[in-house]
Design a binder for this molecule. Structure first.
Ligand SMILES: *Cc1c(COP(=O)(O)O)cnc(C)c1O
Length: 385
């Protein structure tokens, strides 16, 4: 790869291919949900309702206060924030049971830095979150998957056989799962915890959107010292831009993550603003019930139009199937509606949005599919040939 480099440090303006990149990164693209400037963004499962003015004012004051001390490094262990997060989670948790980082993406990276690594493996259940293989790649951890059933639920016997077969160091279970929306019962999580030789992480990024009364794997923490439950403020909490993810586990598990984190990984500004958001939890979460209802309405509407829809406990719906899903995605985008082309081939994922966004989506999808039925687009002429 470096053969063309003329000197020790190479040419002044190298192309990526000229750099001595780790071989397994060659040809890789950065994580890329398109960030397009369109009127209706239903592609990354954000809460579409921005924080209210009182939260904004309190956060501004907290940022000003943090700013006055910004010549100093932030509190490295973020203990006050972790205590607030523990209070939000309940279940008798305290600050030393909770870890926090810049999004649960970083939390999960810490988990694999601590418990994965060269010669180790992580097992997950496909189709699942597209970032999992990337955390594995970046930590030199082998990524293995066991398939879900056709309805995207987990078959316990198959999962246990995969665990016995692979002896994974880390098992990663998303519940509700992304991109399918499928929740995993605590009976299944319990069976996995009993069988797993290493650690088990249940990614509950969408837990707040689950049907009321759906139990959290937090309930199992007292029983399993190698279990961790990961959460985020990016989805229900309407704080995606604040970048705050967290995890609850035994204090020793948290100590393991403290070893691998970068020093001062959470800025003083992040800590201050996240604490304000948590102090206003009720207000930040106020639209969750409306978003759940929007999701159920959306699923019903799509089924009524004859689509297949995966049962969802999250704030999005996976629907299909399309012979050419990219054409449908593009048709929606042409009409100002951005959704996500992800999951198994033939399926698309759409986030629950405001009533106006849901109307725009329904109108656009109807137009795209009607146009396709009439054979009026280039694409459909291709399809019908
Ligand atoms: C969105 C999402 C996350 C959250 O990522 P952040 O880094 O906290 O924004 C985690 N897990 C899954 C499965 C997700 O879909």
């Amino acid at each position: 790869m470096t053969a063309s480099a003329p000197g020790r440090a190479g040419t002044a303006a190298p192309r990526l291919a000229d750099l001595p990149l780790r071989p397994e990164l060659a040809g890789e693209e950065p994580y890329g949900a398109p960030q397009l400037d369109v009127p209706v963004c239903l592609n990354v499962n954000e809460n579409p309702y921005p924080p209210g003015e009182q939260v904004v004012a309190d956060a501004a004051a907290a940022v000003a206060a943090a700013m006055r001390g910004l010549n100093r490094y932030p509190e490295r262990d973020a203990l006050a924030l972790r205590a607030d997060l523990a209070g939000y989670l309940g279940h008798g948790l305290t600050a030393d049971h909770v870890w926090a980082a810049n999004g649960s993406n970083e939390v999960m990276l810490h988990v694999l830095q601590a418990f994965g690594g060269p010669g180790r493996s992580v097992l997950s259940f496909a189709p699942t979150y597209s970032m999992y293989p990337e955390y594995a790649r970046d930590t030199h951890t082998r990524f293995v998957t066991h398939p879900r059933r056709d309805d995207f639920t987990l078959d316990v016997d198959g999962c246990l056989a995969a665990i016995a077969d692979q002896r994974p160091d880390v098992v990663l279970v998303a519940s509700p799962n992304n991109p399918t929306g499928t929740a995993v019962g605590l009976d299944v999580v319990t069976a996995i915890c009993r069988a797993a030789p290493g650690v088990v992480v249940v990614d509950e990024a969408y837990h707040e959107f689950a049907r009321p009364g759906t139990p959290s794997a937090l309930e199992l923490l007292p029983e399993f010292g190698r279990l961790a439950v990961s959460r985020t403020m990016s989805k229900a909490f309407a704080f995606a831009g604040g970048r705050l993810g967290y995890l609850a586990a035994a204090p020793a598990f948290v100590d393991a993550l403290r070893i691998v984190r970068l020093p001062y990984h959470l800025s003083a500004v992040t800590q201050a603003v996240a604490r304000v958001a948590l102090a206003h939890a009720r207000e930040m979460l106020a639209q969750v019930a409306a978003l759940r209802a929007a999701r159920d309405d959306l699923a019903g509407w799509l089924r009524g139009r004859g689509h297949e829809v995966a049962d969802s406990d999250a704030n999005f719906v996976l629907f299909g199937r399309f012979a050419d899903r990219h054409a449908v995605w593009q048709g929606l985008l042409d009409r100002g509606v951005l959704i996500r082309e992800t999951g198994p081939d033939g399926w698309l994922r759409v986030s629950a949005g405001t009533p106006a966004e849901m109307e725009a989506f329904k109108t656009a999808l109807t137009e795209v599919l009607d146009a396709s039925a009439g054979g009026t687009t280039d694409h459909d002429q291709e399809q019908s040939r």
